[in-house]
Write a protein that binds this ligand. Structure first.
Ligand code: HGY
Ligand code: MN
Ligand code: MN
Length: 397
């Protein structure tokens, strides 16, 4: 097994569940254990390391030119609940392989190389891509209710503000990630050169009906909020399929109140997440959902937008550069969009040129314990990343 694959599996054992999946949520004990593992390894490679006030890991390999801006490679160290080994961790360990290889080959880059391991990229009450949005200054931590949410993780508005960096000081941001979909695996293509990252839009939807006795309230007289919500979810799912073939819609979270077997639900709350590259499509879909909600009897619906991360293209120069590296190496590759969100998104929104490299996810499985990428693809993608960094060091973006 290669050094990179070994480190990846070692990190994957942190937060391992009995069923083989991994739960290493942002700010958890496992999260910081993984961070310390990587920190120690970075030190061995000769990197300067620090943990910032919101729990992001930063490793620096100094360059020879004091004027040159740093090339940043990053991804996240947290997983979803019952996630896999590769999502996020591949990007950080893959970046460390680049640094280790530079050391092996006795090369000093002209640009400093920074490796950023982000906290809480996965969805949470803090809104996802938390660490990278702190670094880029995209979070207003004083918004009503946010300080209380931060406090749940022993974090604070002061810490969020202190984590912000002057993002103009960086040459570019690269992220190496598994595809998480099945396009590469399905076509047998080895590498995806990412063209852009999809929008992620989320609404907290509340259905309000009327709570009543489950035994004495006849079916004709009910205002069951869960039934109303279920109808809306099914109608929205059908509409999503009709509207656009790359629009995706998910309800991954739902709760019912008061939540007892013998009480008709008076309220149901669900998260409606929608993703597409084109804002016009998600806007249209949201308008359609609102119209569908009006037709559902015995229920009032309320919509509150909770996440609005709009799509972002990767930098055309970086796409060309990564594409060129793959061509030179004779690696089969395709330029493709990302249906998953990434820490690269906040970077791009704050003006940093971004480039992303994907390797195949077997059967397109991700966000669960069976997530798997072949060891040879892990090494291949890291080599593409390495060659990309060498080229960037020569030419800049
Ligand atoms: O949800 C996402 O797309 C990402 O994996 N965090
Ligand atoms: Mn993920
Ligand atoms: Mn990820």
């Amino acid at each position: 097994m290669s050094r990179l694959n070994e480190l990846l599996q070692q990190a994957g054992n942190i937060g391992r569940n009995e069923d083989g999946s991994i739960t290493r949520l942002g700010f958890s004990e496992g999260y910081f254990q993984a961070l310390e593992l990587l920190k120690a390894r970075m030190k061995e490679i000769g990197m300067q390391v620090e943990t910032d006030p919101v729990g992001n890991l930063h490793g620096i390999l100094p360059g020879s030119d004091p004027e040159a801006k740093a090339i940043v490679i990053g991804s996240h160290l947290d997983t979803v609940i019952k996630g896999g080994v590769y999502d996020g961790m591949l990007g950080v360990t893959g970046a460390m392989e680049v640094a280790a290889r530079l050391k092996d080959e006795g090369r000093t880059l002209r640009h400093p190389l920074e490796i950023w391991g982000f906290n809480m990229e996965e969805s949470s009450i803090l809104g996802g891509t938390f660490g990278s949005r702190c670094v880029t200054g995209m979070i207003d931590p004083d918004l009503p209710g946010y300080p209380e949410k931060l406090a749940k993780f022993d974090c604070s508005p002061e810490k969020v503000k202190a984590a912000k960096r002057d993002i103009s000081k960086y040459e570019c941001y690269l992220e190496y990630h598994i595809e998480q979909g099945d396009k590469l695996d399905h076509t047998g293509i080895d590498v995806g050169v990412v063209s852009g990252i999809v929008s992620i839009i989320d609404y907290k939807v509340t259905a309000k009906g009327m709570s009543n006795h489950a035994g004495t309230t006849m079916m004709a007289n009910r205002k069951d909020a869960l039934v109303g919500m279920a109808k809306l979810i099914v109608a929205a799912e059908e509409r999503a399929k009709e509207l656009n073939d790359t629009l995706v819609f998910t309800v991954g979270k739902i709760s019912v109140s008061p939540g007892q077997e013998n009480v008709i639900p008076g309220q149901a709350v669900a998260n409606f997440e929608m993703r597409h590259m084109d804002k016009a499509v998600t806007d249209q879909f949201y308008a359609d959902i609102q119209a569908l909600a009006k037709e559902i009897p015995n229920c009032e619906f309320e919509f509150v937008n909770t996440i609005a991360k709009y799509s972002t293209p990767c930098d055309p120069r970086l796409i060309k550069l990564i594409d060129g590296v793959c061509t030179e190496k004779g690696i089969s590759h395709v330029i493709m969009p990302s249906g998953a969100g990434h820490d690269a998104n906040p970077m791009a929104h704050e003006g940093v040129p971004i480039g992303m490299i994907f390797v195949p996810s077997v059967k397109g499985i991700s966000h669960q314990g069976d997530e798997y990428t072949k060891p040879e693809h892990i090494d291949m993608g890291a080599d593409v990343l390495y060659q990309t960094v060498l080229k960037l060091d020569e030419t800049g973006v």
